[in-house]
Design a protein around this ligand. Structure first.
Ligand code: PMP
Length: 446
């Protein structure tokens, strides 16, 4: 079965190419299709997590090993989704597995401080320079809610500056003007990497601004790295305005051995993290300056109370500790991120080779393919892309054994090697060659 070979209708126009890809995808994945249909009886649209839906239906996975996945219909993939960054250790790291097995042998839901949480806190503070004290929670969303609520409480102010198209969690999402489900904080919006506009917005709101929340690389908004000058300007202006600077490093902490704040040498007041730092189990963390975080000391007068049944659950704490201290060494981080840099350069060269208007943005091991001519420094430049291009790209890459996200985001994991990078570059080369006629042409100098 060669499911990757497009038929001769695929280069007529985009609609025909997409219809052709969908037909081959549906024919190749009957079990995933059936699972999706059946799931809709009790999960709305068969889904419980927005990014896990894409048309016509998602492939369902049954097994993972290293950086490989196998779906219900028996196809093998290289995993470029990497659980949106949380799968940094891959699917079967022996240290994580042994740790989880040993933790399970000792019992779980202990309902008390355990042997791991303080050691994980110490390891995080040692690794990430902006962390003096931390607290744990269960997701990146929760970490950001806690950071924003903390900023409002310590400053006695209400307003929060966020960036258009940023994603900080299911109830803190600012793509396309925001979501009806967002927490109704008093938001002010600015444009990512726009120093003048952001400085003006901070100054105009100075007396009421509790915090500026920013990702040092806009992740969900298209993997657009912040310039160091932009981050420095945010640091200076928040200080002047008496507002807290919060870095959301839920994705970006994996992009350099000491996070992107460590890489740039720009130190926020609070940092949020999540994803891989639970070793593959659910995880969130907010932390930063001791002067702020010590308000959470339950023995201090007027302490902030922060509960959470699973904040110190033994599986996340022990797997997170093992991963950070024994697997994700600074050398391992540099190697994985170096492979990401290499892949991004190769994919950009392939856009040039095939005369296709596209760019791969990102930093280290996380990147995003876009069908616009670069360079891209702010998400407004990504507007207007035909969504069908991403659908076509995703289905065609899945049909070529490369599991990728529906928005063209790719994330590597530690088990990746040269073979996986070469395999993806070859598949991408083939996709561009076979679909060149329905993809955009370069614009300007792009
Ligand atoms: N912040 C950023 C930058 C994220 O990318 C995400 C998740 N993709 C979150 C916060 C939310 O994390 P979680 O899904 O663990 O709630």
């Amino acid at each position: 079965m060669n499911t990757s070979a497009p038929t001769n209708t695929s280069n007529i126009d985009l609609a025909a190419a997409l219809a052709d890809a969908e037909q081959r995808y549906e024919a190749a994945n009957p079990r995933s299709a059936e699972r999706h249909r059946a799931a809709a009886a009790h999960l709305p649209g068969g889904n419980t997590r927005a990014v896990m839906y894409y048309p016509p239906f998602p492939v369902a996975m049954v097994r993972g090993e290293g950086c490989r996945l196998w779906d219900m219909d028996g196809h093998a993939y290289t995993d470029f989704v990497s659980e949106y960054g949380a799968g940094l250790y891959g699917h079967s790291d022996p240290v994580i597995r042994e740790t989880l097995e040993a933790t399970l042998r000792d019992g779980w839901v202990l309902g008390a401080p355990n042997a791991y949480e303080a050691r994980l806190a110490a390891a995080l503070c040692e690794r990430f320079p902006a962390l003096e004290r931390v607290r744990f929670c269960n997701s990146g969303t929760e970490a950001n809610i806690m950071a924003v609520s903390t900023a409002r409480a310590v400053t006695g102010r209400t307003r929060i500056l966020v960036f258009r198209e940023a994603y900080h969690g299911g109830v803190l999402t600012f793509a396309h003007g925001g979501s009806e489900l967002n927490i109704p904080y008093d938001y002010v919006f600015a444009d990512y990497n726009d120093i003048d506009g952001t400085v003006a917005a901070i100054r105009a709101n100075a007396g009421e601004l509790a915090a500026v929340v920013v990702e040092p690389m806009l992740g969900g908004g298209g993997c657009i790295p912040a310039t160091r000058e932009f981050l420095v300007a945010l640091r200076q202006e928040t200080e002047k305005a008496g507002a807290l600077l919060v870095f959301d490093e839920v994705i970006t902490s994996r992009l350099a051995p000491h996070g992107l704040h460590g890489e740039h040498g720009v130190f926020p007041d609070l940092v949020t993290m999540g994803k891989y730092l639970g070793g593959g189990c659910s995880f969130g963390m907010f932390g930063g300056k001791a002067g702020i975080m010590d308000r959470f000391d339950p023995a201090s007068p007027h302490a902030f109370s922060h509960g959470g049944t699973f904040n110190n659950n033994v599986l996340s704490m022990s797997a997170g500790l093992a991963g950070l201290t024994r697997v994700l060494t600074p050398e391992a981080s540099r190697r994985m991120n170096g492979l990401g840099d290499q892949l991004r350069d190769r994919l950009n060269d392939l856009f040039g080779k095939h005369g296709v208007g596209g760019i791969v943005t990102g930093f280290g091991s996380v990147m995003n393919v876009h069908f616009v001519s670069g360079p891209v420094t702010t998400p407004a430049q990504l507007e207007g892309q035909d969504r069908r291009l991403f659908q076509l790209f995703q289905l065609e890459m899945i049909l070529r054994g490369q599991y990728i996200t529906s928005r063209g985001m790719l994330a590597l994991s530690l088990p990746f090697g040269q073979q996986e990078i070469d395999g993806f570059a070859d598949a991408f080369d083939d996709f561009l060659r076979t679909h060149r006629s329905v993809l955009p042409r370069p614009v300007g100098g792009g």
